[in-house]
Design a protein around this ligand. Structure first.
Ligand SMILES: [Fe+2]
Length: 486
């Protein structure tokens, strides 16, 4: 009882069944204060297990039980999912993390003809003069007073400076170079410098064009932000009605009848304690009740539609990426829906691999890093949030979902889970509350809209969301149409 009292004083409610299991009270309380202060009040067993795994004790919450979901005329397979790592983390993880990123992307770059003869940086430093090719992580970028572009490249053998003259044919490419990404360069070495003639981004190869031979549809939504006062129930209910063939013209109803997949790309709920004074903007200020309400709404979706869900930065788990699938106790009512499939952010999910058809690989990423790149990359800044398609293309070309340190919060880990190691058929993201469709080298880019009206914060920063739009992908024609419910 003492334990329960001690935690309650700090605002955390411990169930009588969990209390006896807690061995190191002080450490656990510190962990809660660091990660969950003002966010949750009820401490579940999964949170305790999460604490144990982070402190190096092996015990893992059983979040994902199944990876393949086969039904009558549909199939979903989770191809790559981030799960808990059961060990203590420290500073060496960061070193391993960046080494792993470097190795993964270097291997991709080595497939490029231009980089066949790439050598390590120390070999360039010791080599006297002449043509050189290398691969490195961008340590810094700057512009000289004469307008030349200066770049520092690093690998695990050394650091070298490169210059791209403002008159160079590749000067335009410098507009999209960002720190910490891995690139290849071709140039000539003189003194301690490389005079760079070309920059090679890892990029994606042309993707094969897959088409299923019948009309089947997948739709993409995100950012429902249940619990927020700005949630738009009318628009959302129209969407639900349409899915149930209770709304729309004949053609629209026909489409609805053939939907087998619904992706929900994060921010299911508005959360609690996500930003200062959020409580003033909440209709439901209990995280459990928010998921309960989410489940109530999604329960009305026809059972034959597979609902594939990944978390976002407002959901109830650590904000640092990658984010594992939602906790099965906090989001229990959502887990209880028969047609729900939970995955991580990011993750790869294959849909509709039926008979001989290989299915479509969908890369899901909520999109937290988009804010950073829209603000910091000159080439992207000019379009602002209007061109999510360009932002997605940018990430594909980097083969990374958050190439710059600080573009998203990262959890240190041995492997860089944010590398786009597989080229998807569809890349789906959200977070910016505006729907946009694009296609880059046959990879279909879908940015989802939201179901939340303009918030005080968005008003302050001058962001105009476009809620109530739903991109709908036809597996037969590969067309994506945006339907409006507002
Ligand atoms: Fe978000």
């Amino acid at each position: 009882l003492d334990i329960i009292k001690k935690f309650a004083e700090k605002g955390f409610l411990i169930s009588p069944s969990l209390a006896p299991k807690i061995t190191d009270h002080l450490k656990f309380l510190n962990f809660l204060e660091e990660n969950f202060q003002n966010k949750i009040s009820v401490v579940t067993e999964n949170i305790y297990n999460d604490f144990l795994s982070k402190s190096g004790v092996i015990k893992e919450p059983e979040i994902i039980k199944k990876k393949e979901f086969k039904r009558d005329s549909s199939k979903v397979e989770i191809k790559k999912i981030y799960e808990h790592e059961n060990r203590k983390r420290d500073i060496t993880d960061w070193v391993a993390y960046y080494n792993d990123r470097f190795e993964q992307i270097r291997n991709l770059l080595l497939h490029r003809i231009e980089l066949q003869s790439a050598v390590s940086i120390n070999r360039i430093l010791t080599k006297r003069e002449g043509e050189v090719t290398t691969i490195g992580m961008v340590k810094s970028i700057s512009k000289s007073k004469f307008g030349n572009f200066i770049i520092e490249l690093e690998d695990n053998t050394g650091i070298i400076k490169g210059i791209i003259s403002k008159n160079s044919a590749c000067i335009e490419k410098t507009d999209e170079v960002v720190e910490d990404e891995v690139i290849g360069v071709v140039g000539s070495k003189s003194k301690d410098l490389i005079f760079i003639k070309d920059i090679i981004f890892p990029d994606v190869p042309e993707k094969e064009i897959k088409k299923y031979d019948e009309d089947v549809y997948a739709c993409f939504i995100a950012d429902t932000h249940i619990g927020s006062k700005m949630f738009l129930p009318k628009a959302f209910n129209r969407f639900i009605k349409w899915l149930n063939l209770e709304m729309g013209n004949e053609k629209q109803k026909e489409i609805a009848s053939k939907i087998r997949y619904l992706f929900v790309v994060g921010d299911l709920v508005d959360g609690v304690g996500i930003y200062p004074e959020q409580e003033n903007e909440l209709l439901i200020n209990d995280i459990y009740k928010q998921y309960e309400e989410f489940a109530k709404l999604f329960q009305k979706i026809p059972e034959k539609i597979n609902i594939i869900i990944c978390p976002g930065n407002h959901d109830a788990l650590r904000i640092a990426e990658p984010q594992h699938a939602l906790y099965d106790d906090i989001a229990k009512p959502v887990y209880e829906l028969q047609n729900v499939i939970m995955t991580s952010n990011p993750s790869y999910v294959n849909i509709h691999a039926i008979d001989d058809f290989p299915g479509f690989d969908v890369l899901l990423y909520h999109g937290y890093s988009l804010d950073y790149f829209v603000a910091n990359v000159p080439k992207l800044r000019q379009y602002g949030y209007e061109r999510a398609d360009l932002l997605m293309k940018f990430l594909l070309r980097k083969r990374h979902l958050a190439p710059t340190h600080g573009s998203t919060l990262l959890a240190p880990m041995r492997n860089d889970f944010l590398v786009i190691d597989k080229v998807p058929d569809i890349f789906a993201t959200a977070h910016i509350h505006k729907a946009k469709i694009g296609c880059y080298r046959n990879v279909i880019n879908i940015c989802c809209s939201c179901w939340q009206d303009r918030t005080v914060f968005q008003e302050r920063v001058g962001h105009v969301p476009e809620p109530g739009r739903v991109p709908i992908f036809n597996l037969k024609t590969r067309e994506v149409k945006i339907m409006r419910f507002i």
